[in-house]
Design a binder for this molecule. Structure first.
Ligand code: HPA
Ligand code: ZN
Length: 337
């Protein structure tokens, strides 16, 4: 029998919660800074990594938005995404639904088209080179206005057929889902799927708003739902997918210790939980590292890990036939493992 890390890496899986800007490794940050003549406030890769110590979401966001400043050209976005795909090919990722934050770039004068064309080019190459399929989730920054989100949706117009979903990220507290109900309704009218970060730092009420006012198809994080038994029952009954990110939760102090992580409780309560990396360059691990950290801290067995991988396909935006094909491949892997 293979050891646990090898079992996890071999498990076919989808990643559903990944901010592509959060996959910017310090080495690439330096390379792009040099290529574009951008000054960065760090002297070395070690200094960058040492700065990655956070006690809340906002500490991270400040550094993450600053890091994104080195991304200027379509080639930069392409190289960023190519590095992500190459890395997760080794983690057993066969499908990735990738979030990007256009406002972080358009606010610096980088056109929407530059960002998305770079990403689309890498996605085509990932399919050809690694056999990884992917889809794009365009996130609105919730600390900005509703009007700014509408302007972003308008800027995306020529590329809407290439975008699977819209999402909602950035500073959660003080920016409840209700603020974006109208722009999400417009995105729905355009045929887009809907996701939102909710219940990472925000209360269960924000999760209810994401369900009732935004009508999300999937919840990002959702941890604090566990404080509300009625909400847990509803999420379980409706088969709502939660994109849980264990190493992110630890680094952003959503949990104090991995030993306290609720991933096994989520499965036990019948929630369709998945495991994801969120911002792997900042939080110390890619998706397989997240499976392993959760498994070691909470004693997940191979059946639990397989359930998480199964949920990743069931919760994806892939067509039913593709989901069925991935589940068959997963079953074949488990039968042989
Ligand atoms: N939460 C909110 N916004 C984000 C995150 C997150 O975990 N990662 C990148 N943007
Ligand atoms: Zn996130």
């Amino acid at each position: 029998m293979t050891d646990l890390p090898a079992f996890i890496r071999g498990l076919p899986k989808a990643e559903l919660h990944l901010h592509i800007e959060g996959s910017l490794e310090p080495e690439l940050m330096f390379a792009l800074a040099a290529r574009n003549g951008v000054a960065i406030p760090y002297g070395s890769v070690e200094e960058v990594r040492a700065a990655y110590s956070f006690s809340r979401l906002q500490d991270f966001l400040d550094i993450y938005y600053a890091g994104a400043d080195v991304l200027r050209t379509a080639a930069d976005f392409r190289d960023l995404a190519l590095a992500y795909f190459a890395r997760v090919a080794a983690d057993g990722v066969v499908h990735a639904e990738i979030m990007f934050d256009p406002q972080t770039h358009t606010a610096r004068g980088v056109p929407f088209g530059t960002v998305i064309e770079g990403l689309l080019s890498a996605m085509a190459e990932a399919e050809a080179k690694h056999g990884i399929s992917s889809a794009l989730i365009m996130c609105f920054l919730r600390h900005l206005s509703e009007e700014d989100a509408f302007a972003t949706l308008r800027a995306a117009e020529p590329w809407l057929p290439r975008i699977a979903a819209v999402g909602l990220d950035s500073s959660e507290l003080g920016h409840p889902p209700a603020k974006f109900a109208r722009v999400f309704a417009e995105a729905r009218r355009r045929g887009l799927r809907l996701v939102a970060h909710a219940g990472e730092e925000g209360p269960p009420e924000y999760v209810r708003e994401a369900l009732d006012l935004l009508g999300v198809d999937r919840l990002d994080h959702g941890n604090r739902s566990l404080e509300d038994p009625g909400l847990v029952a509803r999420l379980a009954r409706t088969g709502m997918t939660l994109t849980v990110c264990p190493l992110s939760n630890l680094k952003l102090c959503v949990v104090d210790d991995m030993a306290d992580h609720p991933i096994d409780r989520m499965l036990r309560e019948g929630l369709r939980a998945t495991v994801n990396s969120d911002d792997p360059a900042y939080f110390g691990g890619y998706v397989a590292d997240n499976y392993l950290a959760a498994a070691e801290a909470r004693g997940l067995d191979r059946r639990d890990l397989a359930a998480l991988a199964r949920n990743s396909f069931l919760g994806s935006f892939l067509p039913d036939e593709a989901v069925a094909a991935h589940l068959a491949r997963l079953d074949a892997y488990l039968a042989a493992a």
